[in-house]
Ligand binder design. Sequence first.
Ligand code: NAD
Length: 352
Amino acid sequence: MKPFVSDVPASRVVFGAGTLSDLRSEVARLGINRAFFLSTAAQRETIAVARASMADLFAGEFADAAMHTPVAVTDTALAMLRAADADGLVSIGGGSAIGLGKALALRTGLPHLAVPTTYAGSEMTPILGQTEEGVKTTMRDPVVQPASVLYDVELTLTLPAQMSGVSGLNAIAHAVEALYASDADPIILLMAEEGIRALAGSLPLIAKDAQNGEARSDALYGAWLCATCLGRTTVALHHKLCHVLGGTFDLPHAETHAAVLPHAWAYNAPAVPEAAAKLRRALATDRPAQSLFDMTASFGAPTALRDLGMPKDGIDRAVELIFKNPYANPRPLEPDAIRALLEDVWAGRRPN
Ligand code: NAD
């Protein structure tokens, strides 16, 4: 066993089907008397359902959360939160709603309960990415990690099949990078492998039947494990590529992760044999890069960045940005190889 440091911040997790019925007691448990609810416009209805059980604990809502946490949106929500005299936050949705909850917690210090409805995993991390004037900056601060997380499998049943697939691959990407993270401890490695296994087994079943409750439960369980890995390890090439691509070309988050992951893994695989053995086991395949690529394609999701809206001349800009802020990666970053990687993922070529 290699030496390690395990430093585990506490956050409460309630997991199951129908757990939304526990929302009032979980909110009260955090000492919140006036809860302010957050969602994207598409999930306003879910707030209405949650509100029914909240009665006097409901202080107000803001249902215009947006991807990449634009600061202007946060400012508007902050003004409404203050006007409502709220003393706590409840975010319901994917990473966009939860990101807004984190941004507001950062500015107010209020307790935050997250109710995730995708597999993106922001709820389990102390990471916040915010966008201002087209530039996305990411910070890590324990103050933004939600105090409690309520996973309700039933809320994920409405996530469309294709979005479920790419969101699940976004979660798998967190665990893949944890498998070779320099700061991964033995528990994280177990969680990473189990998280990938749970998602790889359940996502194809969800693609066939989005209402498959057992597969939905396995996928959300896997997403929790993978999110925990993201929160406790340092990411490398894959997440940095997605950060640059998403922030610079305004590409959709989960879809970008799904398209990039097979290529980022193929780049690093030769440098991380132990991680490769774990990934082969978790995915039950000898060829993880090809298997991840085929999963994305089988969900009907784009495998090419050009189909997500990235211009071809953006490859030069992306290479420039990737080398502007160097970071640790198991295989050294070589400009020609990174350019070739980006050309492959832009065109949607299957890794060899
Ligand atoms: P999202 O939150 O933008 O959700 C995508 C769309 O799906 C939205 O319209 C949403 O309303 C809808 N939706 C969500 N759940 C649904 C459900 N169950 N049924 C029907 N519709 C549903 O997308 P996302 O991929 O979850 O999150 C992306 C954002 O999260 C990005 O801004 C990304 O940077 C951030 N993120 C942050 C972290 C972190 O640790 N800080 C981790 C992962 C993602």
